[in-house]
Ligand binder design. Structure first.
Ligand code: C5P
Length: 255
């Protein structure tokens, strides 16, 4: 997998591995825009400060591959968040289509055969399994016929994903410490639902945490969209978040 050193064991990771992701790649900025030109305007505006961008369903269906290619052409990384979920053969063929566009991370979800099919086709793309959407709380899960604590389902799905060869998982920052305790350091933990301390609540995200808490819990990358895109001064907010991340990483690296 490009740019990552994934280890599969249960040891506490040495600080150099925990900290080897560059600070400007810790935030993955969610380009949730309908207009590719607007999205690329953000990429230019954040040049160098943020080098990792998430292209999700909205932007991909608006701009298709040219928008991804334009982002990577500037030397950035892309997390393609299309959350593939279909029969194994279809997922395998869809994952095959992700090659040759410089995609660093891609998302899928599903049961063992679906995950195995995606892993078989992933090549050097970092494959992330979505565990339980950060917009879900226990009540939402119950309404879908899923009983028990969210953390248990996240833990079970994450363990399966890592065992079957995924490079990491998408989960909320609230579950990461438990996953690290159970599965160790050898997988990527990517956490959406990040809200700065003064911006919590009021939208569709339910299992939320601050950037500092997410890193302290063991997250590798933080997916952040609206807190940055709706900030009065996005660049200033990014500086504050990155400082918070750096402080939390420093603390995390100490025994
Ligand atoms: O705007 P906000 O910071 O809530 O953006 C979160 C992004 O992360 C959205 O693009 C959403 O699709 C994505 N995401 C998520 N929960 C997951 C996986 C992805 O919120 N489990």
């Amino acid at each position: 997998m490009k740019g990552y050193k994934v280890r599969m064991n249960n040891d506490t990771p040495p600080a150099r591995i925990v900290n080897k992701i560059a600070l400007n790649e810790r935030i993955i900025f969610a380009l949730d825009f309908a207009d590719p030109a607007q999205a690329l305007g953000w990429v230019e505006r954040l040049d160098g400060r943020i080098r990792f961008f998430k292209v999700g369903l909205q932007l991909f269906t608006a701009g298709w591959w040219p928008v991804v290619d334009a982002i990577t052409a500037r030397g950035n990384k892309v997390m393609l968040d299309l959350k593939f979920f279909d029969i194994p053969e279809t997922v395998l063929r869809a994952v095959e289509q992700l090659h040759n566009h410089g995609v660093s991370l891609a998302t899928i979800h599903g049961n063992d055969p679906i995950i195995r099919a995606a892993v078989a086709a992933k090549g050097d793309i970092g494959l992330l399994a979505v565990t339980v959407l950060t917009s879900f709380d226990e009540d939402d899960m119950r309404k879908m016929g899923l009983n028990g604590p969210v953390a248990d389902l996240v833990g079970m799905r994450a363990r399966k994903a890592v065992e079957l060869g995924c490079d990491g998982v998408v989960c909320s920052a609230l579950e990461v410490a438990g996953l690290r305790a159970d599965l160790g350091a050898g997988f990527l933990a990517v956490t959406p639902g990040i809200r700065p301390a003064d911006r919590s609540g009021g939208d569709d995200q339910r299992r939320i945490a601050t950037p500092g808490a997410a890193i302290a819990n063991g997250a590798d990358h933080l997916v952040i969209g609206r807190p940055i895109s709706t900030a009065a001064d996005p660049l200033a907010l990014i500086d504050i978040i990155q400082q918070e991340i750096a402080v939390a990483l420093e603390r995390r690296s100490k025994p």
